[in-house]
Design a protein around this ligand. Structure first.
Ligand SMILES: [Zn+2]
Length: 335
């Protein structure tokens, strides 16, 4: 069986239970029955919407695209099979995922659930959502297993650049917390944006690309772009008949990461010739889990303790705006 190359188990748990955790996760790559209970899987399999040409092309593209990113981070590739993507009816989706989300990657199960109501019949948008969630599933993953714990008691310790508090600390504090949620989504959504021009060349998407560029739809996209202050190419779907639209996720947190990369490049111009090269360090950390380089760069450009501040950024626009304000202040003090 294929090993998941960027998966680690930490903690004082027994080797036997740790081996069980590893075995289960690897099986998930090929058998998604563990996604929900055995009792419900047949019902879900009957209810899920079939994947069409667009979805299959997007899954293949996403595996190809992310394999190059893994390689750049020094990690051998592994693929997520089409079976592990479920396009679910709205009411089924709401039973397992955040109601505000369009899709969710269950990283410990190596499965993506997509809400049909929000993503289906939006070819370019669903393709980009598939890429986004595939990137989550192929990111670095680490779980903690403490002494005496069984495999199923494991807790998430790292997920991409996200760091979860240890079980011991949770016990002391009475709650668990995590850092770098906003940064993680910024990295993934930025990778998604970088894939856009290649993705939009897929033959399966050409009808939709043409529709998005008809004069009426283009006019709608322009208006949204001006009103929301986001680039027009970020708008991935617009309704023909209503005011509905979709864009590349997390624009405000992406802007923070863009700013951070620009300033790091200025501070370390000998090491990095472009802001893009700096961004690649963030991308690498997402896949290989090594936070040392990006911590050094952020603290180097914004002052000691800044990496922690970036870690406090959440995924919402408000949190991103507050983080941006603080980082700009710190950068001024540093200069
Ligand atoms: Zn995400």
């Amino acid at each position: 069986m294929e090993k998941i190359p960027n998966f680690k188990i930490i903690g004082s748990g027994s080797e036997e239970e740790k081996a069980k955790v590893e075995d289960t996760l690897e099986k998930r790559l090929y058998d998604n029955r563990g996604f929900i209970s055995e009792r419900d899987i047949d019902r879900l399999k009957a209810l899920e919407y079939p994947k069409g040409d667009v979805e299959h092309a997007a899954i293949n593209f996403s595996n190809r695209y992310t394999s190059a990113l893994l390689e750049r981070a020094g990690i051998p590739n592994f693929d997520i099979l089409a079976n592990n993507y479920f396009i679910m009816p709205n009411d089924e989706y709401l039973k397992v995922a955040d109601p505000d989300s369009n899709a969710t990657a269950f990283t410990l199960r190596k499965v993506t659930a997509l809400n049909a109501l929000k993503v289906r019949s939006k070819p370019l948008f669903i393709a980009m959502v598939i890429l986004h969630e595939t990137t989550h599933l192929k990111s670095f993953l680490s779980v903690e297993l403490s002494e005496g714990e069984k495999a199923e008691d494991k807790s998430l310790f790292r997920d991409g650049v996200i760091v979860y508090s240890s079980e011991k600390k949770d016990e002391e504090a009475g709650f668990s917390h995590s850092h770098f949620k906003g940064l993680q989504e910024a990295i993934i959504a930025n990778l998604e944006k970088r894939a856009f021009s290649e993705m939009s060349k897929l033959p399966e998407l050409q009808d939709e690309i043409a529709r998005l560029n008809t004069p009426e739809i283009l006019e709608k996209r322009k208006k949204i772009s001006e009103k929301k202050k986001i680039p027009i190419e970020d708008i991935l779907w617009v309704s023909d008949t209503t005011e509905d639209y979709n864009w590349v996720a997390y624009p405000r947190t992406r802007f923070v990461l863009d700013y951070v990369c620009d300033e790091i490049q200025k501070e370390f111009s000998d090491e990095y010739k472009s802001s893009e090269e700096v961004f690649q360090e963030f991308s690498n950390a997402q896949f290989n889990g090594n936070l040392m380089t990006i911590a050094r760069l952020v603290d180097g450009a914004f002052g000691k303790g800044s990496f922690r501040i970036l870690g406090n950024m959440d995924t919402d626009a408000n949190s991103a705006a507050l983080c941006m304000e603080t980082l700009k202040k710190l950068r001024l003090q540093k200069a």
